[in-house]
Design a protein around this ligand. Structure first.
Ligand code: FAD
Length: 382
């Protein structure tokens, strides 16, 4: 078994680390306070090729492997998790569906500006009444005169409302299958399509500088060819997208957990009580040692899931385990990081208070911890 990263993987990780530590982290507190979307940082990431990292060069991408993409997500999220999720949602949720399921024409039309990072794209699955039960979508699309007429709404959609967003791909019920279940398809809705309205950004507890919006579709009309892949494949497509997305979210959680350890260790080495740095007390050392151990384990779990993905092997169980364990590791790390900071950890001027607020969503987005446990139990044969 060889755990060595390739030269290319190391180079991508190191470039992202340097960029995140120098350009993103120093601005994270201000971004959290204002909630403003960091266009300049996203443009810089586009210039570095990060927004098209795992896509082929023929579409303008960097042609990097899936693990390299996850390493990049870890390091960017270590700098700031709002920026990390902006990148993850753009690549895993927004752009990947075109690459995996789009027709050749759709790939040529949509991928180049997305892969070059000139545009962002969103994926709208969740609805006000259909979250975990994503197959319970109530948004409907009917085919009339070679056009889809869409009616319904979506909730909590990332990257949907920035000025550089090109559009959203949504799930909708497009008919009924012979077994009586709803037929679900994915439809491409460019921004500015009449009948498509983007709501005000939510005010959130964390991930404040990422863009999250409700969307409404009122007799929104798109051409028949705006269906992604085959009619009726929508459910299969989004399950596939969420499966791989879990590995990237695990990497994002590891990045945030590592940021908690970075801050806690550096604070513990500086803060003195009883005439000694608190890092000399065994109670603090054990907290740091446990954080480091769990983070290493969570990292190895996402590495393994990414490796399985790259080998074309099944990764459902490992991706769910990695997402579950990494998000809960990050939560424990954020909690201990605040504890190690004492009262200062409760103050906004210390990054750990922001980490503590931001970490909760990792156990909810792209499938809650309960869903991951259900998936793992199913794989066990329950
Ligand atoms: C900041 C943010 C960004 C997001 N970005 C996107 C995006 O870009 N695109 C998108 O489509 N969605 C997005 N989401 C939505 C996210 O994926 C959902 O919030 C998540 O899937 C949970 O759905 P819900 O919020 O409706 O919770 P619910 O499904 O209502 O769940 C509520 C609780 O019940 C539990 N539960 C539900 N069903 C079961 C069950 N069968 N067994 C046991 N427990 C159960 C859940 O685990 C949870 O604890 C985002 C959400 C947030 C907050």
């Amino acid at each position: 078994m060889d755990f060595t990263l390739s030269e290319e993987q190391e180079a991508i990780r190191d470039t992202c680390k340097e960029f995140a530590q120098q350009e993103i982290k120093p601005r994270a507190a201000a971004m959290d306070e204002s909630g403003a979307f960091p266009y300049d940082i996203v443009h810089q990431m586009a210039e570095l090729g990060l927004l098209g990292l795992p896509f082929p060069e023929k579409y303008g991408g960097a042609g990097a492997d899936f693990l390299s993409y996850c390493l990049a997500i870890e390091e960017i999220s270590r700098g700031d998790v709002s920026v990390g999720v902006t990148m993850e949602a753009h690549i895993s949720l927004g752009t990947m569906p075109f690459y995996l399921f789009g027709s050749q024409e759709q790939k040529e039309q949509y991928l180049p500006p997305l892969v070059r990072g000139e545009q962002l794209w969103a994926f709208g699955l969740t609805e006000p009444e259909a979250g975990t039960d994503a197959g319970g979508t109530q948004t409907r699309a009917t085919l009339e005169n070679e056009c889809w007429h869409i009616n319904g709404s979506k909730a909590f959609i990332t990257n949907a409302g920035t000025t550089m967003t090109g559009g959203v791909t949504i799930t909708a019920v497009t008919g009924q299958r012979t077994d009586g279940h709803n037929e679900i398809s994915n439809l491409i809705v460019p921004r500015n399509t009449p009948g498509y309205s983007i709501g005000q950004a939510y005010k959130k507890m964390g991930w404040k500088a990422s863009d999250t919006r409700p969307l409404a579709f009122e007799d929104c009309i798109v051409p028949a060819q705006n269906i992604l892949g085959r009619r009726g494949d929508g459910f299969k497509q989004f399950m596939h997208i969420l499966g791989a997305g879990r590995i990237a979210i695990a990497a994002l959680s590891v990045g945030l957990a590592q940021a908690c350890l970075d801050e806690a260790l550096s604070y513990a080495q500086q803060r003195k009580q009883f005439g000694r740095p608190i890092s000399k007390f065994q109670a603090i050392q054990f907290k740091l040692a446990d954080m480091a151990t769990e983070i290493e384990l969570a990292r190895l779990m996402y590495y393994k899931a990414a490796w399985l993905h790259m080998q074309g092997k099944s990764y459902t169980r490992e991706a769910a385990m990695a997402k579950l364990f990494a998000s809960e590791t990050a939560k424990r790390a954020a909690d201990q990081a605040v504890q190690i900071h004492g009262g200062y950890g409760f103050m906004d001027e210390y990054p750990v208070s922001r980490y503590w607020r931001s970490v909760k969503i990792n156990e909810i987005g792209e499938g809650t911890s309960e869903v991951q446990r259900m998936l793992i139990a199913k794989q066990l044969g329950c």
